[in-house]
Design a protein around this ligand. Sequence first.
Ligand SMILES: *[C@@H]1O[C@H](CO)[C@@H](O)[C@H](O)[C@H]1NC(C)=O
Ligand SMILES: *[C@@H]1O[C@H](CO)[C@@H](O)[C@H](O)[C@H]1NC(C)=O
Ligand SMILES: *[C@@H]1O[C@H](CO)[C@@H](O)[C@H](O)[C@H]1NC(C)=O
Ligand SMILES: *[C@@H]1O[C@H](CO)[C@@H](O)[C@H](O)[C@H]1NC(C)=O
Ligand SMILES: *[C@@H]1O[C@H](CO)[C@@H](O)[C@H](O)[C@H]1NC(C)=O
Ligand SMILES: *[C@@H]1O[C@H](CO)[C@@H](O)[C@H](O)[C@H]1NC(C)=O
Ligand SMILES: *[C@@H]1O[C@H](CO)[C@@H](O)[C@H](O)[C@H]1NC(C)=O
Ligand SMILES: *[C@@H]1O[C@H](CO)[C@@H](O)[C@H](O)[C@H]1NC(C)=O
Ligand SMILES: *[C@@H]1O[C@H](CO)[C@@H](O)[C@H](O)[C@H]1NC(C)=O
Ligand SMILES: *[C@@H]1O[C@H](CO)[C@@H](O)[C@H](O)[C@H]1NC(C)=O
Ligand SMILES: *[C@@H]1O[C@H](CO)[C@@H](O)[C@H](O)[C@H]1NC(C)=O
Length: 478
Amino acid sequence: MMNMLFMLAAVCASILTFGRCSQNTIEPSCFFVEKNKPSSLCACSRLPNRTDTVVCCNINSLFIFHQGLACGDVEKFPTKHLYMYNYTIDKFDAGSSKWRNLETLSVTNGKFKRVVGQFSGSLNRVNFSGNSLTSIDESSFAKLPRLRLLDISHNNLTSLPDLPALEQRNVSLDISGNHYLECKNMLHLISLETFNNLHIANINETFCLAPRKSFHWFNSTDKVSWDQLIKRRSVEEKCPKGPNYQCNCSFYGMDLVQGQSPSYSIQVDCSGRHLTELPKQLPLNTIVLNVSNNNISSLQKLINDSSYSNIRDFIADNNNIESIKSLEGSHFIYTFRILSLKENRLKSIPIYLFSHVFDSRWDAKHVNLAGNRLNCDCSTAQSVKLWLMTNTAYIRDYSEILCDKGLGRVIDLDMTQVCIYQKDWTEYIYYIIAGEILLLILLVSKVSYDYCVFKTTGYLPWPASKMPKLPCDWVFES
Ligand SMILES: *[C@@H]1O[C@H](CO)[C@@H](O)[C@H](O)[C@H]1NC(C)=O
Ligand SMILES: *[C@@H]1O[C@H](CO)[C@@H](O)[C@H](O)[C@H]1NC(C)=O
Ligand SMILES: *[C@@H]1O[C@H](CO)[C@@H](O)[C@H](O)[C@H]1NC(C)=O
Ligand SMILES: *[C@@H]1O[C@H](CO)[C@@H](O)[C@H](O)[C@H]1NC(C)=O
Ligand SMILES: *[C@@H]1O[C@H](CO)[C@@H](O)[C@H](O)[C@H]1NC(C)=O
Ligand SMILES: *[C@@H]1O[C@H](CO)[C@@H](O)[C@H](O)[C@H]1NC(C)=O
Ligand SMILES: *[C@@H]1O[C@H](CO)[C@@H](O)[C@H](O)[C@H]1NC(C)=O
Ligand SMILES: *[C@@H]1O[C@H](CO)[C@@H](O)[C@H](O)[C@H]1NC(C)=O
Ligand SMILES: *[C@@H]1O[C@H](CO)[C@@H](O)[C@H](O)[C@H]1NC(C)=O
Ligand SMILES: *[C@@H]1O[C@H](CO)[C@@H](O)[C@H](O)[C@H]1NC(C)=O
Ligand SMILES: *[C@@H]1O[C@H](CO)[C@@H](O)[C@H](O)[C@H]1NC(C)=O
């Protein structure tokens, strides 16, 4: 039984030599040391079958520590792997030259609270799991170019030490089971992970704490999982920003589709950022975009940019948008929930744009257009006004849509105010009547004149004489 244990340890240790060891490592235990105890007072023992491995147990004072390392011949023989269990001294000195030639240093299931100083040498595997660590000097691990595995799980850490430059190496890091880790201290790790060089072990038990107020991403919980942290990070990286502005991207909701991992939807607030155009790119799954109080005039990106394709709520109040005709036939116009364009420069409302939109969808849609000053003409007075009155459920601010040239509100618009061609027509009628009367008078006076000439001279003046004879002419001639 014991032999088997050592053999496994040996197998693992030989794997360690090549830098990796599976997670199922069976580590040397204190059995052997305990067994030797009656005959030896040394806290450390070299494994009989594995001469490069030393195990130390129950170190509760510096005296036992130094004596153990000395009688265990840790430095004398080429020791590569050192395991210490039940190390209960408050601090652990990383700067000691004793660790310089080690490949494995494992100080687990003890009670030490602090790691001080800086390691150097060829350590590639450090395990401080299951202690009471509350602090590790920031640079403790910074000078370990061969580090492949760092396990500081199940401690009481609030922040993480710097890791050595990862470059091309794969480093496995276990920080699970630290219940007071602060998220802001973990964010830099995520960018390392995206380069595929950092493997986070036990992701499911890896959490960090986010102060409710400053961390606006997940409001319902203080505990943020690694998974959530990564999503947040990728959203933050893609959150629109420019030299002079930074939009606010935040969590909007979660879509749970059975059989799929939950997808998070994002809301982006770029209001009041002095933008003159829509942001270049939005984070994945942006469904709410608020670009109010800017100087935006074009809706082009909303129509054909793929990162805008999930937008349901588009709020662009107080901008310079002059037309929404381009939205015709767009994906957005069929899928939106809110289209808010209050206080823009819309000159007209192309009602055909919405004809199948309001009819064909069962779910509520809202369009806000208050404060726009339309170019009110007769068709506005007729069709747009009617359209507004019949779609008040969709256009709740229908009563605040205005006409330019001081014509007041569209819903108050009177046809007689703007339908000029009707007034024209009635005036024209009077001209025709007046013209007709004038013509009649002329005709009557011409006939009277002809009659007068005929009476005195006996013949008809031109052109009456050239006209074919009419029955009434016989009256005159007879
Ligand atoms: C190491 O252990 C194996 C099996 O347990 C045994 O056969 C071998 O003799 C041991 N070698 C030494 C040097 O103790
Ligand atoms: C840890 O060591 C102390 C003495 O140093 C001992 O009293 C205690 O029982 C040990 N704990 C374990 C779990 O071995
Ligand atoms: C670190 O030590 C703990 C306790 O001995 C062990 O459970 C864990 O597997 C070790 N970590 C690694 C990565 O081997
Ligand atoms: C862990 O740290 C927190 C805050 O830093 C502290 O409140 C708590 O008592 C510590 N727990 C242990 C077991 O040391
Ligand atoms: C790191 O790990 C990844 C995946 O596990 C692997 O594709 C890559 O080749 C590794 N890189 C190095 C330098 O070992
Ligand atoms: C982590 O949790 C997910 C879902 O809860 C599960 O599918 C996965 O197997 C877990 N991973 C590990 C390493 O436990
Ligand atoms: C954030 O808080 C609001 C109201 O308190 C709640 O409706 C919403 O679901 C919370 N968000 C998350 C991600 O839990
Ligand atoms: C971004 O959102 C946070 C949290 O909602 C808020 O405190 C902060 O003022 C916002 N920043 C800007 C520039 O709007
Ligand atoms: C829009 O631009 C004008 C000048 O071009 C500027 O005066 C105004 O403040 C800008 N408005 C916003 C909301 O940025
Ligand atoms: C959009 O932003 C403006 C300005 O910050 C704010 O007043 C308004 O409430 C926001 N609208 C929505 C729907 O979030
Ligand atoms: C979107 O339309 C604009 C103007 O028509 C064009 O310049 C741009 O290339 C289009 N973008 C995409 C992704 O099609």
